[in-house]
Design a protein around this ligand. Structure first.
Ligand code: KG4
Ligand code: ZN
Length: 345
């Protein structure tokens, strides 16, 4: 029997993503983004995002089917992000997925967005030695996870941010530097022209008595704001590239140090990166360097699969089908605060 053909729907934030995979082969990854509609507000406006998902849903499903060269009838299962994320935005995807599941009489899998960020790696890098440690860094989360089986139903969080997520810190710092939203990509670009050692920004929760796998980025953001204000008050130019590079170095230094330490302490051979911030060029480079030094294998999908997309949801759905997980009920809620440890709803 051929592997299941799974349609995945993602609407937790501002991207309407529809992916189609067969087993762990990516067939289509269609995306419609409302990011430009939010740009002038400096952050995602939930109502605007929900409306955009509603309008983009059917055309995006259509594009994904066309790219994959399959019809709706060929789909064996529907997977959808059930949480965490923006309540109204999630609701659009969950309602659409239920409608497809009901109309086609196919099983529905309501999955965790964060586990989907981890599972997407299989599409690109193939089967992986398990358990593995995953560093998940997005606009809403920053966590170190112990994953017994990618696409299995269990995940253990070894540590997480106690305040801002890494992506949130990028977005806030970009804003105070006058860069566009979302802030990760422009800081990533600008940092290449700056000196990462120009300003010694703090490394949060990195003392010997701090929790080993917890993060804190809010103090860093404040330190950057104070430094920039000091310069402006003195009537001096702000060396934006140096600030970007030094801020970024503080973020990726802590992220990679803690993730590598977790993998070593847990005796696993692989470190996996996922989430929007995993698209960051410096994070990828420093993780590669530190993994090589620690004898670990680094797995990270291409940048386009790190940021939100539908393929990741389909990838996780396909693994759940493969491992014989029970489908979700058709009355599952969209759970904006879904725990990172709940893979399937
Ligand atoms: O995973 P994602 O697309 O959405 C959430 O689930 O939150 O992550 C979005 C976050 C944003 O904060 C964005 O600034 C950040 O990922 N991001 C980056 C880069 N590309 C996106 N951060 C740093 N460097 C990048 N190249
Ligand atoms: Zn995400």
């Amino acid at each position: 029997m051929s592997e299941p053909l799974v349609l995945g729907i993602e609407t937790s934030c501002d991207e309407t993503g529809v992916g189609i995979v067969r087993g762990s082969t990516l067939l289509a990854d269609a995306i419609a983004s409302s990011v430009e509609e939010h740009a002038r507000f400096g952050g995602v406006v939930p109502e605007v995002a929900s409306r955009a998902h509603l309008e983009a849903m059917r055309p995006t499903v259509g594009r994904a089917l066309e790219t994959a060269g399959v019809g709706l009838d060929d789909i064996d299962a529907i997977a959808v992000t059930a949480g965490p994320g923006l309540a109204g935005a999630l609701l659009v995807g969950v309602a659409a997925a239920k409608a497809y599941a009901l109309a086609l009489d196919r099983p529905l899998y309501g999955v965790n967005h964060l586990s989907a960020h981890v599972a997407v790696d299989l599409l690109e890098n193939g089967p992986l030695e398990e358990p593995c440690v995953a560093l998940l860094v997005s606009g809403g989360h920053s966590s170190v996870l112990l994953v017994p089986q990618v696409g299995g139903e269990e995940v253990t969080e070894l540590g997480a941010t106690v305040d801002d997520a890494a992506g949130e810190a990028y977005d806030k710092v970009a804003r105070l530097l006058g860069l566009p939203f979302p802030g990760g990509p422009p800081i990533d670009r600008l940092a290449r022209e700056g000196d990462p050692a120009a300003i010694a920004f703090p490394r949060g929760l990195s003392g010997p008595h701090d929790p080993p796998f917890a993060f804190s980025f809010s103090g860093l953001k404040t330190a950057v704001a104070r430094w920039v204000e000091g310069r402006r008050r003195a009537g001096e130019d702000v060396p934006v590239a140096d600030v970007a590079a030094s801020f970024q170095e503080a973020v990726v230094d802590v992220l990679t140090a803690k993730a590598v330490r977790a993998a070593r302490e847990r005796g696993v051979g692989h470190l996996l990166l996922g989430g929007g911030v995993a698209a960051n060029s410096r994070l990828r480079a420093l993780a590669a360097q530190r993994c090589a030094e620690a004898g670990l294998r680094l797995r990270v999908p291409r940048p386009g699969l790190c940021t939100d997309n539908g393929a990741m949801v389909a990838a996780l759905g396909a693994q759940l089908v493969r491992h014989g997980a029970s489908p979700s009920s058709l009355d599952i809620p969209a759970d904006s605060a879904l725990s990172i440890e709940d893979v399937l709803v």
